[in-house]
Design a binder for this molecule. Structure first.
Ligand SMILES: C[S@@+](CC[C@H](N)C(=O)[O-])C[C@H]1O[C@@H](n2cnc3c(N)ncnc32)[C@H](O)[C@@H]1O
Length: 357
């Protein structure tokens, strides 16, 4: 029954916005290819060039990452480059065109999607830096005031995230969370926390964390407004208590892999699409196991490999200390190591719940 509810919520709510998810990945692909074009890669390999020639021409030093990126483009469905295993050479396919933004998006999409994708556009710029052996810290990059922070915040209000959250809550019984002590990991600028607050009718002790300082500052200072806006969006007719000192969430700057929280503090931990952003998802899961009380619930949504978003993965991994996506068997083994049992996963989106033994 629980599974059906998750599927139903996902299909009815995610269905209408699923094409947006696909468009986001098309944009990620565009930005990655575009940055390689700007580097002059496609021009350089108009005639076949060995891998070593590519590295020395561009001064690339991160050899495994550069190889992986070239192979991702080699395996692209548009057959953009040819690869000869015998010669270890790459060559641009003269008959394959690189995508343009206009191929990908309608005018309508530009408003809805392109605006929200300025952050991936910025993230793609870390790729040449990474190949050259540099490192960019995305938490610092994201936290800088200005357009990217604003756009990221806007992206997080997308219906896609709300649909995933509603599906995550369909795998549990929200009534069982009422009055409990809850940790919200990777809360962004507090919009996720507002949705959780509404689901629990303001009757929960929520601590919400994110490593981006300016997100937490926004959440802390503006939670009342964020909550009011969220109520208008997702719960207009619900009868809810007032926000007070008793039910105002606590916000704290924290990474999932370094929770500065005493052992066995929480009844529940929630996260949505966070572990691939961490430096070490295994460590994050051990930390979650540590701060949960025995019998505590860990639930949410976490995608795993094989990926529908390989361009997003390579783009986020261009940053320092971002591990990217991992496999489901790895995730299961880390959960087991951290003392979790009864792992249940529904839908390819990775809606899950598990109990700390
Ligand atoms: C895709 S957003 C998801 C935000 C929110 N959970 C939602 O679904 O609306 C990823 C979030 O992970 C946060 N994040 C990045 N690295 C993290 C880390 N090491 N630990 C916890 N959160 C992290 C980012 O700052 C960002 O708010």
């Amino acid at each position: 029954m629980g599974n059906l509810k998750v599927w139903f919520t996902l299909i009815t709510q995610m269905g209408p916005v699923a094409s947006t998810g696909k468009k986001f990945e098309k944009l990620n692909r565009f930005f990655v290819l575009d940055i390689l074009k700007t580097e002059g890669l496609f021009e350089f390999i108009e005639a076949p060039k060995t891998y070593d020639e590519i590295l020395s021409h561009f001064g690339y030093k991160d050899i495994p990452y550069t190889r992986e990126l070239l192979n991702l483009v080699r395996d692209d469905k548009a057959k953009l480059i040819f690869y000869s295993k015998e010669e270890d050479t790459y060559q641009k396919n003269p008959d394959a065109d690189l995508p343009t933004l206009h191929d990908l998006l309608t005018i309508h999409d530009f408003e809805r999607i392109y605006k929200a994708s300025k952050v991936p556009q910025k993230f793609a710029k870390a790729i040449p830096n990474r190949m050259s052996g540099g490192s960019i810290n995305f938490i610092e990059e994201l936290g800088e005031p200005g357009p990217s922070l604003f756009d990221y915040d806007e992206a997080l209000t997308h219906k896609l995230y709300t649909a995933l959250r509603n599906s995550s809550f369909a795998i549990i019984n929200p009534k069982n969370l009422i009055g409990k002590k809850i940790l919200d990991i990777g809360c962004g600028s507090g919009r996720e926390t507002a949705e959780i607050w509404i689901k629990l009718k303001g009757n929960a002790d929520i601590v919400a964390t994110d490593p981006v300082e300016s997100f937490i500052e926004t959440a802390k200072a503006q939670f009342r407004t964020i909550l009011e806006e969220t109520i208008q969006k997702v719960a207009r007719n619900k009868i809810l208590p007032d926000l007070s000192d008793h039910n105002y969430p606590e916000f704290a700057v924290m990474k999932a892999e370094e929770l500065t929280i005493p052992d066995e503090t929480f009844d529940v931990v929630f996260l949505q699409q966070i572990l691939h952003w961490t430096s070490d998802p295994r460590k994050a899961i051990l930390e979650i196991g540590r701060v949960l009380k025995p019998g505590g619930l860990f639930f949410g949504c976490q995608g795993t490999k094989p990926l529908q978003t390989p361009y997003m993965d390579i783009m986020i991994r261009a940053h320092e200390n971002v591990c990217g996506f991992f496999s489901l068997p790895d995730l299961k083994s880390w959960l087991k190591e951290a003392g979790f049992t009864d792992y249940k996963r529904v839908t390819p989106a990775g809606i899950f719940k598990t109990i700390k033994s």
